[in-house]
Design a protein. Structure first.
Length: 67
C-alpha cells in the first residue's frame, strides 16, 4: 500500500498506536462488564456501559476509512 497510496499508509501509521491503546482499554472494559453480568452485579455492569460505548465510538472514529 505504501507504494500505491503513500498518504493513506502514513495516516494508518499515525493512527496505529492510539488505536492499539483504545483496543486494550476496550478489552479490559468488556472483560469487567461481562464479569459483572455473570455475577449478577447489574448496577456495576450498567455503570461501565457509558465508558464501553465511548470506547466503541472512539475506535470507530479512529478507524474512519479503514473499516
Amino acid at each position: 500500500m505504501k507504494d500505491r497510496r503513500p498518504r493513506m499508509a502514513k495516516t494508518l501509521e499515525i493512527r496505529e498506536t492510539p488505536l492499539r491503546v483504545l483496543h486494550q482499554q476496550q478489552i479490559v472494559l468488556l472483560r469487567d462488564w461481562r464479569e459483572h453480568l455473570t455475577q449478577e452485579r447489574t448496577a456495576e455492569a450498567n455503570s461501565l456501559l457509558p465508558q464501553l460505548l465511548l470506547s466503541i465510538n472512539a475506535i470507530a472514529s479512529g478507524l474512519r476509512t479503514t473499516g
